[in-house]
Each structure stands twice: as structure tokens, then as C-alpha cells.
Design a protein around this ligand. Structure first.
Ligand SMILES: [Cu+2]
Length: 276
């Protein structure tokens, strides 16, 4: 019975993990897990795709029509027409209108990504050759996150996407991510949240997401950063508020950043030296 339950839990874990990562022969986006990504998917599926399809079909029709209607055998004497003011106005105005129609929802999505609501949790992601380092500045937590090698994978852990130390965040909370790099350009990207930002040495970029369901979500470094670029995945574990608080207690022990105490010691030392 115990074994059966274990197998079932592994099976469940596996399918739940499968939902948040790329699938074989996948064509579209990964399933959205945030409002930001839902907006992006809507913009792509109901705005860009229909417009692109219509334009492609129309141009194909024009090409075929011109080939048949204006073929040499049907027009032994070539037309001398060089321009037509009306049609030139039309083919300038219509693309302008299409661009304006596309720009409105596009800017809406862009600004919603850019304007960060007041954050519940702040995470700092630092790109290294070739792994990610994370910090929870408000919680005094710091840790590194390395990819798990094929030979060490446990059942249910996807290859090239699983890491040893996952980021843990609460569900339905605004997570602000500060992104930087320590050596070369990297990019912190998580498709299900619609998040992708360059990690630039000496500069801090920021982005945010609000995961709308519990689960494990996978992303990858998305800026070519060297020979092991493909081996620095990102794993985010979205959990309930209670589970997050439990994790915090554990993480504060396990990943404690001792800077606070060190800084206090340095201050004391400086004051002491100044007095003397
Ligand atoms: Cu990279």
C-alpha cells in the first residue's frame, strides 16, 4: 500500500511538473501562470496571429492574381502605367492603421510589465558562469542554484531544468526580481510568468510576476553566456503562504547571510579606532 501511494505520488508529481515545462512537439506558449503572461498570450493569439495570417493570405492572393492576370501571353503589349496616387495613399495608410491597432494593446502589456506594484517578496537573481545565485535581501537569505546532473536526477525531475536549490515564492503575491550578473551577460527568463530580463554586470534590471497557482515552474538563461549556457536553468517553486513561511524559517538557518553581524562588527571596529 505504502509503495502504491509512493508510486502514485511520483506519478502525480511527474504530471504536475510536466504541465509547467516545454513539451515534445510543442508549438504554442507554455501555459500561463500569471496575469502578465495571460496578456501576452492574448495579444499573440487574438491580435498578432490573425493580423499576420490575414496579411500573408492577402499578399499570397495578390501574387497569384498578378501572375495570372498580368502574364505575358495575355498582355502582349506592356502597360505604360507608372503610378496611381489613390492606391499609393491606400497602401501607406492601411499599414499605418494596422500598426496603430497593434500598438495600443502592445503598449498596455509593456507598461504593465514595467510598472512594478508594491512588492510582497523581493528576490535578487545574479547570473554567474554558469549558475544562478539568489538573494532574499529582506530575509537575509543567500544561496546558489546549480543544475542537477543527469546521473543525479530523481524521478519527476526534468533533465536540464532541475536545480539543487529552488527559488520558493508564495502564490498570489507580487514578487519583484532584481536581476544582475557577475561576469558576462545572462538573462533571467521564465516563460509561464511572461518574464525575461537581461542580467548585466554592474547594472540592476528589475521585473515582477504574480503566480496565480501553486506548482514548479522552469526557465532557462536566455542570453548566450558561454560554453555552459544551456546548463544554468531556473526553477521556481510556487507554494502556499503557510508553506512559504515554513520554508523561510528553514532557509534563514540554511542559507543565512551573515553580513548584518559582520557590518556591525566593522562599524564597531571603526568607531573604536576613531576614538583611539
Ligand atoms: Cu546564459
Amino acid at each position: 500500500m505504502k509503495k502504491l501511494l509512493l508510486n502514485l505520488s511520483i506519478l502525480f508529481m511527474h504530471t504536475s511538473l510536466m504541465a509547467e515545462q516545454p513539451k515534445d512537439w510543442q508549438l504554442g506558449f507554455q501555459k500561463a501562470a500569471s496575469k502578465g503572461m495571460e496578456d501576452i498570450v492574448w495579444f499573440h493569439d487574438y491580435m498578432l496571429l490573425p493580423i499576420i495570417t490575414a496579411i500573408t493570405a492577402f499578399v499570397l492572393f495578390l501574387v497569384i492574381y498578378a501572375c495570372i492576370r498580368f502574364r505575358a501571353s495575355r498582355n502582349p503589349v506592356a502597360s505604360q502605367r507608372s503610378h496611381n496616387t489613390f492606391i499609393e495613399i491606400i497602401w501607406t495608410l492601411v499599414p499605418c492603421l494596422i500598426l496603430i491597432v497593434m500598438a495600443v494593446p502592445s503598449f498596455k502589456v509593456l507598461y504593465s510589465q514595467d510598472e512594478i506594484p508594491s512588492a510582497d517578496v523581493t528576490i535578487k537573481a545574479i547570473g554567474y558562469q554558469w549558475y544562478w545565485g539568489y538573494e532574499y535581501p529582506d530575509e537575509n537569505i543567500i544561496f546558489d542554484s546549480y543544475m542537477i546532473e543527469d546521473k543525479d536526477l530523481k524521478p519527476g525531475q526534468p533533465r536540464l531544468l532541475s536545480v539543487d536549490n529552488e527559488i520558493v515564492v508564495p502564490v498570489n503575491k507580487v514578487i519583484k526580481v532584481l536581476i544582475t550578473a557577475n561576469d558576462v551577460l545572462h538573462a533571467w527568463a521564465l516563460p509561464s510568468f511572461g518574464v525575461k530580463r537581461d542580467a548585466v554586470p554592474g547594472r540592476i534590471n528589475e521585473t515582477w510576476f504574480k503566480a496565480d497557482r501553486v506548482g514548479t515552474f522552469y526557465g532557462q538563461c536566455s542570453e548566450l553566456c558561454g560554453i555552459k549556457h544551456a546548463f544554468m536553468p531556473i526553477t521556481v517553486n510556487v507554494v502556499s503562504e503557510d508553506d512559504y513561511n515554513n520554508w523561510l524559517v528553514e532557509a534563514k538557518e540554511k542559507f543565512a547571510k551573515d553580513y548584518k553581524h559582520r557590518d556591525q562588527k566593522i562599524v564597531k571596529k571603526i568607531i573604536k579606532e576613531d576614538i583611539n
